[in-house]
Ligand binder design. Sequence first.
Ligand code: ATP
Ligand code: MG
Length: 706
Amino acid sequence: FFRSLEEEGINLNKQQIEATRHFDGPALVLAGAGSGKTRVLTSRTGYLISVKKVNPKTIMLVTFTKKAADEMKTRISQLPGLTKQITNTITVGTFHSIFYRLLKSRGYNQQVLSSEKRKQLTVKLILKEKNLNDSYEPETLLAILSSFKNKMQSIDDFPSKTSVEKEIKEILQKYEYWKKDNNLIDFDDMLLEAYHLLKKDEQLLQSMQVRFNYILCDEWQDTNPIQFELIKLISKPNNNLFVVGDDDQTIYTFNGADSSIILKFEKLYPNTKVITLDINYRSTASIIGLANQVIEFNQFRNKKTLIATNTSENPPYYLRPNSTDDEAIKIIEKITMDVQNGSRCYSDFVILHRTNSSSRAIFDQLVIKGIPFITYTKGETFYEQNIVKPVIDHLRLSLQPADVQAIETILPTLFINRSKGIYHIEAEQLLNPVKKPIKHLLSLHGLRDFQKKQIQDRVKLIENLKDLKPVQAIKRIRDSYDNYLEANERKNITLHKEMVLETLAEIEASAAKFNTVAEYVAFIDDVIEKNKEMETIRRVPDANAISLMTIHRSKGLEYPVVFLTGASEGILPHSSALEANDRKDLISADKGLKKVTTAIEEERRLAYVAITRAKQELYVSSPAYYRGEQVEISRFILDPFTPEKERSDSNIRNKSDKKHNRVLIWDCTSDTCNGWMKITTHEETLEKNRQCPMCKGIMEQGVRFV
Ligand code: ATP
Ligand code: MG
């Protein structure tokens, strides 16, 4: 079997073979990124069928995303001796797809509610009904509900002590009723329902246990409690359970994942066979060198070091652009250069970002330059988002006072009911058309004096906006409805408040490079329109396009070239993690296992995941200014190269302190080079006349990092 695998070009090393050969009982493959865990899963599936003559129908493979499941199916069908027909009888899928199938087989006939948009819209409608539409973000409420369910709780377990808690509970309960009434089921419900069903129906459980005698799970470190319970149930009594994972890649703690789930596995199954893999086959040695040095600073981890097989000289590159907009321009320049000279195609590249709002600049630039890219978010531009739209619509109104749609979006900021306000304006406009229809609001029935004053102030503000610099204009708009934002903040939960503030700061940042409001609005309209045109590209499967995604999304994937954007303090690590760190919060603690991890550690794992996606080239960039504030280079990049006492987390120690590495940057002084510098993690003698890998010109300087 192994020889024929090799003939197909599927090599396995000694440890991988040992893992593949594992037959009965629980096994855990614990290994770093790119060490072939996923390859072991597929190879073992082939081994079970071809060598151990296991009935393929009794095998279940669980992955994290549909994309990963599809890829796994393709890989399995390419294994020697496995036809497509055989592969099709294996159950390969995400937790959701597998357990939804189970529910369906038992007569559950609910439709799957998979559209995030539809969920949000429904919550929005409920909020509207309760006249709370400007008090809560649907996304936040849905996230709360989801985190409850992932911990095997229902909305009835939600606290209802404070008035805000009560309000949230009511909204979410209503949402749950709506789903029931409409015969809908969402992803979280599927797992809970399946769990209750299996607990209730002993016979069904037994048949599942017999049917799926061999269970294999990928990305085990991000399994949440409900998923773990389900797997535990159906793998009984034989416990032929084979899981692979990397505790350094736990990045879904907010979703109930807990890196100690790996340790819990060994505790639960004391006869677990544990296999470690330590050779990385994905990335070049210098990329792995950087990854190892970054993750080494996490205190709570199973220590392991990855050794790279690819000894190619290609080092990671580094850039310190002034802003995220400059960062975007530099990245696109580099990609365009490589595509034009034929060395790469668009689909070789992935651009990773920490949060969706931090991808605004790169999204704008890609759209404006007409470069094909695939995004995994809703696909709408930053400027069309809930919080952003009213701000921009103030600017629009200053240019086009008769834009009634724009008036409608800003009504909530004046504490005026949208439909009531717009109905009034439209009716008045028919009788008495004026140049500035917003003025009709003054004759709205039942206005109090302070509201009238507010409307008058706002009309004046809008009149003055168009002559201001865009950044100034946005500041004024914010000030003018500060009380509205504040009222929202008071009502809301932290997550929402943070998101609002972040988004507002990002609007200001986006306006910074424009001189007039007219130019800025024209740019925004251009982005929105071009983005609509590009939507068709995004729907083509396997399009030759750049991938743009969050680090979370990139888990398990690999790309020839990776750009890690926003490696600056406040972006990665995210500001919320820095605050949690100041408060000394622990995001996950398990007393029994004496295991704690902090928000900073989770962010460091994100940096590690991002770096280890790269096969051949890695580009890390740290904007010097972020949303108008100067920001330091991310501690994750700096720590390995900074003496202990100068580090941001002075309590962190690592072994390399003794041999303290100095980082060198080869700085190319040529005008033609676009400024990416080489990061080396070892002290190097400064050679003269070294060739710049970017422009092939001569590099003259070796400079120290920072
Ligand atoms: P991650 O932690 O990111 O999910 P992983 O451990 O699952 O990574 P894989 O995706 O299975 O790693 O493998 C990484 C890359 O190395 C893949 O391109 C895979 O085909 C290749 N690979 C794995 N094992 C070997 C091997 N023994 N020889 C050559 N290439 C290998
Ligand atoms: Mg994998």
